[in-house]
Unconditional design. Structure first.
Length: 631
């Protein structure tokens, strides 16, 4: 069943029309009732007046018993249209005179009339007359005076009384009145109907006028709902007009807003297409760049799955792109210890966002191990969340080969140097012992210088040898139970003269209950003497070097701090790299090959320990700390 929509117009119209109709009908009902009551009352009054007139006119006739006089009175009222009959009775109820119509009057009324002392009005339907009749009976009264003691000559004292000597009776027809009432009712009904019709028409007109602006407003709103922003033409000054004006203002604002938005979106479109163009250019540019890169490039997602590789990486690994994309980067390209190290490298890169030059061995497709330098940077999505990583693998084969050749060369040279140095030192020692004759004091002094410089040279050569050994993987650590105190004592004793020469203080602070450790005493000695040698080199005259040794958990901790030139923050890690020198012009002056700390680190790591460099900054001294496990 379709829901019937009853509009405001219909509602208004129906209710106002009903109101008008109801009001008119109630009003006409009351008017008719009032008119009927008035007419009836008037009729009764007229009847009574006529009866009274007849009674007055008949009084004399009745008294003297003259029917002619009575007849005259009757004739006078008989002419009235609505008088049906008129009768005059004597005191005993006998008819003295009557009109023709009296036959229609019922007998019972006769009796009632004859005994009437007061006016009696009755209403009845006369079948004989075919009329509704008002029957009015009225007594004919005369005033009498009884004179007392008249006969004895005293002033008479009158006593007045009223005597009923007969009754008049008239019948008045109600038909005429009813006709008048009917006429009146019809007139009122017609007027009411006219008023209702007129009222309805006026209502329709008024409601139309009132709701027209509303309908316009509605169609305007429907238009807005459809997206047509047209103002409505409503100019009334009432509330609807107010609403319409507000609506028009709204429409105007909306149009303005729409125009603006359209403008924005057009310029946005232009910008988007420009951006798209730039992005496309950038894309091609970066694609070309990536393809032309000498380094292997891999992009991985947050799970470590390969998303993209470049040509160089294909060449590096021997795999083609299709064999790599979708694979797990670490599992596919690394194995054994290097897989663990690769996982560590990825973790570090993820945590700090970037990781540079981490050495790894990569497994190529044909089973070869390729040395690579691993560099990674985290990639963020546009909301700043992690999206994955870009990894650059630099093929280090040539560098490693060069290193190997260098090391071999160094190894050969140092071997060659060691033999003559040993013999120089041996002979100097023999001379100093006086085995080949007396030695003058000045000669002895010079020979001692030769001896210390020889020791210095010996340490250098030893470093070179150790270095070449660890590069070629031939360094061996022979662990024994040793005392750290012994190691420190031996090194400091050997270097004491050098500290003296430079006017520097060397403070040693050893914990009393140091446990023995399992280590290679000679190698640990090398670590200490390399760090001490650096402290000596990079601290000005008059400076201080402090060594402190203490237990720390399951390790022995050695700290060597100087008051020298210090190390910049960004170089703290690099000092342990081979051939690294912060300032090669300075080191050329003080000597060194950039391998002392690299050797020291290799030795500490070979013992399962750790080493680090700290500095408050340039000019504020450096501190080297290494830990060696006790067990
Ligand atoms: P080198 O043979 O050049 O001393 P090392 O590996 O021992 O090589 O040291 C590497 C570099 O670290 C040095 O060239 C120097 O720049 C820096 N360095 C090492 N120790 C210190 C120190 N105690 N104070 C300042 N700089 C230092």
């Amino acid at each position: 069943l379709a829901k019937v929509k009853i509009g405001l117009f219909v509602k208004f119209f129906i209710s106002v029309s009903l109101l008008i109709a109801a009001t008119s009908m109630v009003l006409s009902y009351f008017i008719i009732s009032y008119e009927v009551a008035t007419i009836t009352e008037n009729l009764k009054k007229r009847g009574v007046v006529m009866a009274s007139t007849l009674a007055y006119d008949s009084e004399y006739g009745v008294l003297v018993g003259n029917a002619g006089i009575i007849k005259e009175g009757i004739q006078r009222i008989e002419v009235e249209e609505d008088v049906l009959y008129a009768v005059v009775y004597d005191k005993g109820g006998r008819v003295l005179a009557a009109t023709d119509g009296i036959e229609g009057a019922p007998g019972t009324v006769e009796a009632a009339a004859s005994s009437a002392r007061e006016t009696l009005i009755q209403l009845y339907q006369s079948t004989a007359l075919g009329e509704i009749v008002y029957d009015i009976a009225l007594p004919i009264k005369v005033a009498r005076e009884e004179r007392m003691r008249e006969e004895i000559g005293f002033p008479s004292e009158a006593k007045g009384y009223v005597e009923t000597i007969g009754v008049v009776r008239i019948g008045i027809s109600l038909s005429a009145m009813n006709r008048a009432v009917a006429d009146l009712t019809e007139l009122i009904r017609n007027i009411t109907a006219g008023v209702i019709i007129f009222g309805i028409l006026v209502t329709a007109l008024l409601v139309g006028i009132i709701t027209r602006p509303l309908r316009r407003l509605l169609s305007g709103m429907e238009g807005v709902a459809k997206g047509e922003l047209n103002p409505v033409d409503v100019r009334t000054s009432d509330e609807i007009g107010e609403v319409a004006r507000t609506f028009n203002k709204m429409v105007e604002e909306l149009s303005k807003y729409r125009r603006q938005t359209e403008g924005y979106s057009r310029s946005l479109e232009v910008k988007v297409s420009e951006t798209q163009k730039t992005a496309d250019e950038l894309k091609t540019y970066s694609e070309n760049m990536i393809a032309a890169m000498a380094e292997g490039l891999v992009a991985v997602d947050t799970e470590g799955t390969i998303k993209m590789v470049n040509r160089a990486l294909e060449e590096l690994t021997g795999y083609i792109e299709g064999e790599l994309v979708g694979e797990r980067f670490i599992q596919k390209l690394f194995s054994g210890k290097d897989r663990e190290r690769a996982i560590e490298a990825m973790d570090r890169a993820r945590r700090s966002g970037i990781l540079k030059e981490f050495d790894l061995l990569l497994n190529s497709k044909d089973g070869k191990e390729v040395p690579v330098s691993f560099n990674a940077a985290g990639v963020k999505d546009y909301e700043g969340g992690p999206q994955g990583m870009v990894i650059i693998l630099h093929d280090m084969t040539k560098e490693r080969e060069a290193d190997r050749l260098k090391s071999e060369f160094i190894s050969t040279i140092s071997h060659e140097l060691r033999t003559p140095l040993t013999s120089i030192q041996g002979f100097v020692s023999l001379i100093l012992q006086g085995k080949v004759g007396d030695v003058a004091p000045k000669q002895a002094e010079f020979l001692k210088i030769v001896q210390t410089q020889g020791t210095h040279l010996g340490r250098l050569i030893k470093n070179l040898l150790d270095f070449s050994r660890f590069v070629t993987g031939r360094m061996q650590v022979e662990k024994q139970r040793i005392s750290m105190k012994d190691v420190i004592d031996e090194v400091t004793l050997a270097m004491a003269a050098l500290f003296d020469e430079k006017g520097m203080k060397l403070e040693v602070n050893l914990d009393k209950n140091l446990p023995e450790i399992s280590a290679d005493a000679e190698k640990i000695g090398m670590v200490v003497s390399n760090i001490l040698g650096n402290a000596l080199k990079f601290t000005d005259r008059g400076g201080t070097v402090r060594i402190s040794v203490a237990r720390s958990d399951e390790n022995v901790k050695v700290e060597i701090a100087d008051t020298g030139i210090g190390i910049a923050k960004e170089n703290l890690d690099k000092v342990f790299e081979r051939f690294f020198q912060v300032d090669s012009s300075l080191t050329r002056k003080v000597g060194g090959a950039g391998i002392g700390l690299a050797v020291a680190r290799e030795i500490v790591l070979a013992h399962g320990g750790k080493i680090k460099a700290e500095s408050e900054g340039l000019g504020r001294g450096s501190k080297f700390t290494f830990l060696l496990p006790i067990g």
